[in-house]
Design a protein around this ligand. Structure first.
Ligand SMILES: Cc1ncc(COP(=O)(O)O)c(C=O)c1O
Length: 488
């Protein structure tokens, strides 16, 4: 009996090689194809029906055609998706997809070292720590900061809230009278994270925004004072460095002043906008970022990686550790007093076992260097301004001036037009642009005097999006505006 048939989970090296070559061959055609398909991709009823057809039963035996069958299924099911990595994808927050990071995932999983505890894999732990230290410096933090790679921005925000809670409130579990502050423009994951961190819903205070949809520091100060007068315990402000809706950057310096005056923790959700700190233009727009107690960023957005990499940084790293470190007798052999030892991820977040996710950023940085990331960040900001200028010529309304790479816009309201009719016209505008298939946009609602107005937005964040796609978007917008159902 051959070794393979006796131990089928231990295929021989020839099989591993054949599989790897076949997977590489599949990706060789699939990955370039992601840039050329329709900007939107295929979702909805048609996609669900096809998905049900394609998914094979889980059997006791392998697929008859082995990896060839599996690769065919993967390729066909991958087509049933929003084309989030395409150059014309300007909806929501576009995904990246740098191939070097995919390769890193394969290599990290292939070597499969245990990276939850640094002492179990000092080599890999050092590579990951190098990237975190570099990123912390890019955000303006000093060497006393600590960082952790998470699976995304939601988990990074969660870690920040847990850390702020631990630092300010301890772990008594009695959070009845506490208060934390955001605006109504904060990402939905912030409220969810607070709930998961055990904070009661009523502790969430929504601070009014200014006309640019940024947190109003004066109103924040008022809200904190009121809560203190009512005997509450304010402890945390979550500000945004780039909201998902409009890319608004809260006035971080002024918010920092208010937090310092009252002794509150300032967390900045930079999941969308934080990585713009890599370029001078972005840094100028993120003034005050480094005074935050903690910052969440999302390399799978602003550093163009495939999904699965967020990061949390805490200015006083000891606080992140204090909220998460645990000991266990069964891990005592891995205590490591070496002066060159780097921190263990499991002492800085909820997970023990984890993938070697730092490699997914380390390898792209090694293969491309940091410079192209800085240039791409600056390019995205410039492309948003290019689009904004084009809107001026089209007399389209821009309710909020873009600060980063999100541009919100809509057909202006006609005199006396009911809100519902105005919204219907903007829905027709969105449909008209998307129908052409060159770019794909999404919408949101923004508050107006008599209700929420449907507003289109582009978010320029793919490394593949260049002037060509922005100009196509402008052309398609101009054409859609010619539709009598939309016309200004
Ligand atoms: C501002 C902001 N915060 C948090 C998140 C959540 O990040 P993730 O989807 O990586 O969990 C997003 C996602 O778009 C975001 O835009």
């Amino acid at each position: 009996m051959s070794r393979t048939s006796q131990w089928p989970l231990e295929p021989p090296p020839e099989t591993l090689e054949r599989w790897t070559v076949a997977a590489a061959e599949a990706l060789r055609t699939a990955v370039p194809g992601l840039s050329s398909g329709s900007a939107s991709g295929v979702v909805g009823a048609e996609a669900w029906a096809r998905a049900a057809e394609l998914s094979p039963p889980i059997g006791e035996a392998p697929l008859p055609g082995g990896l060839d069958d599996a690769l065919r299924i993967i390729d066909q099911t991958a087509a049933l998706a929003l084309n989030t990595t395409g150059p014309g994808y300007l909806a929501y927050v576009p995904g990246g997809g740098l191939y070097a990071a995919a390769l890193a995932a394969l290599l990290g999983d292939g070597y499969n070292r245990f990276t939850g505890l640094a002492a179990a894999a000092p080599g890999f732990a050092r590579l990951e720590s190098d990237v975190l230290v570099w990123l912390a410096g890019e955000l303006g933090y000093e060497a006393t900061a600590a960082g952790l790679f998470t699976t995304g921005g939601s988990m990074a925000n969660f870690g920040a809230i847990v850390t702020a809670r631990h630092h300010h409130l301890g772990d008594t579990g009695d959070y009845r009278d506490v208060a934390f502050y955001t605006t109504d423009q904060a990402h939905r994951c912030v409220g969810k994270a607070a709930r998961l961190a055990g904070l009661p819903t009523r502790s969430h205070r929504v601070v009014p925004v200014d006309r640019a949809l940024r947190l109003d520091p004066r109103r924040l100060d008022d809200a904190i004072r009121e809560d203190l007068a009512d005997g509450r315990r304010p402890f945390l402000v979550v500000a945004s460095a780039g909201t998902t809706n409009t890319g608004a950057v809260d006035p971080l310096d002024e918010i920092g002043e208010v937090c310092a005056a009252h002794g509150l923790w300032l967390h900045v959700d930079g999941a969308y906008g934080g990585c713009f700190a890599l370029c001078a233009e972005g840094r100028a727009r993120l003034g005050g970022l480094a005074r935050a107690d903690s910052i969440a960023i999302d390399p799978h957005k602003g550093l163009f990686l495939p999904y699965g990499l967020g990061a949390l940084f805490v200015r006083d790293g000891a606080r992140l550790r204090a909220a998460h470190a645990e000991t266990a007798a069964y891990l005592q052999d891995l205590a490591d007093p070496d002066p060159l030892a780097v921190p263990s991820p499991s002492d800085y977040g909820p997970e023990l076992s984890r993938d070697f996710r730092g490699l997914r950023l380390w390898l792209p940085l090694m293969l491309h260097g940091a410079a192209p990331f800085r240039a791409a960040a600056a390019e995205k900001l410039a492309l948003a301004q290019r689009f904004r200028e084009a809107l001026r010529a089209l007399s389209v309304e821009v309710p909020v001036e873009p600060e980063l790479s999100v541009v919100a816009f809509r057909a202006p309201r006609r005199r006396g037009e009911p809100l519902a009719a105005w919204n219907a016209r903007n829905q027709a505008l969105l449909d008209g642009i998307n129908r052409r298939g060159r770019v794909f946009l999404s919408s949101t609602t923004l508050p107006t005097e008599d209700g929420d107005a449907l507003t289109l937005r582009i978010c320029v964040l793919s490394y593949k999006t260049h002037a060509e796609q922005i100009d196509a978007c402008v052309e398609d917008l101009r054409a859609a505006l010619g539709d009598p159902d939309v016309a200004l």
